[in-house]
Ligand binder design. Structure first.
Ligand SMILES: Cc1cc2nc3c(=O)[nH]c(=O)nc-3n(C[C@H](O)[C@H](O)[C@H](O)COP(=O)(O)OP(=O)(O)OC[C@H]3O[C@@H](n4cnc5c(N)ncnc54)[C@H](O)[C@@H]3O)c2cc1C
Length: 257
């Protein structure tokens, strides 16, 4: 067990100080909600039982021509490894905070570049599951249970131009604490544009706001609370529905007990 203070650990700087179970062995953790780096999380004051992967699952290994990456491995470490070893297809991790487990569960990415694109298989408590057997799509992967490891193709040619492009695309992200994009883009539209059109740029309750530079970023102006975050989310959903008749879906995961 480890005590984690989510008001400092999570990227949005909200949440209680609670005990989190550290996973050191592969077994059944179905009674727990699994967390990674908490870069996409909003943890309520009364969260479910939480668990996270221990150091043993922070590794990168080349074996039989494939790349094996542990679920606890941070994106920055994977990106540095790929650059050093001249391996392609991990450039999207530039300024994308998270662990491999969280990235797989979210099918993290930007535009057409997604972490699933060059995946071979994922290891969960029931063993290895091939990519073709996992239903996945935009910011979504139907993976039950804990993700311990993933296997990728190794293709040579780390692309520095692509890296620069990701850097530029993410340069306009607000500097305040956030959990990345708050809502998913609805098919054929952009959540940020709908929020903007609904007059929600800069909309604020307490110290939680939709950024005035990028409306789809729910930001913490300092000391923002879970209650205010949920109130901003709810009001934004209501207003976009009234104005545009579109039901915005949360990209951020709220962990409520
Ligand atoms: C500034 C900023 C920019 C961002 N930009 C992007 C972006 O461009 N594209 C993008 O896709 N995302 C972006 N994000 C969101 C975030 O980086 C990704 O969602 C990332 O994948 C989260 O990883 P994590 O380890 O922090 O997961 P967490 O936030 O801890 O968890 C996310 C989800 O994954 C699950 N999970 C975590 N680890 C495991 C595991 N080992 N096994 C099973 N389930 C697990 C959790 O239960 C939860 O449902 C951004 C976030 C921030 C703060």
């Amino acid at each position: 067990m480890k005590i984690i203070d989510f008001s400092t650990y999570s990227s949005i700087k909200i949440g209680p100080k609670v005990q989190v179970k550290i996973i050191n062995n592969i077994q059944d953790y179905s009674e727990f909600a699994i967390i990674g780096g908490a870069n996409n999380l909003l943890v309520s004051p009364t969260p479910p039982k939480l668990a996270m992967l221990g150091k043993k699952f922070d590794f990168i290994e080349e074996k039989d021509g494939f790349l094996y990456i542990g679920g606890a491995t941070p994106s920055g470490k994977i990106l540095s490894y790929a650059r050093r070893r001249d391996i392609a297809n991990f450039e999207l991790m530039q300024k994308l905070p998270g662990t491999l487990g969280g990235m797989m569960r979210m099918n993290a990415g930007l535009k057409q570049w997604e972490i699933f694109n060059h995946l071979i298989a994922i290891k969960t408590g029931i063993g290895w599951i091939k990519k073709s057997d996992i239903v996945h799509g935009y910011r979504y992967a139907n993976i039950k249970g804990t993700i311990y490891e993933a296997k990728f193709q190794i293709k040579n040619g780390f692309d520095f131009e692509l890296l620069e492009m990701f850097k530029k695309l993410r340069d306009n992200q607000p500097n305040f604490p956030s959990a990345g994009s708050c809502f998913k883009n609805p098919k054929g539209n952009f959540a940020g544009k709908l929020l903007d059109e609904s007059g929600l740029k800069g909309f604020k309750i307490g110290n939680m706001a939709l950024s005035s530079s990028h409306a789809n970023f729910l930001i913490n102006l300092g000391g923002g609370t879970y209650k205010d975050a949920i109130a901003v989310i709810q009001e934004a959903k209501n207003r976009v529905f009234e104005k545009c008749n579109i039901n915005l879906e949360l990209e951020i995961k709220a962990l409520i007990g």
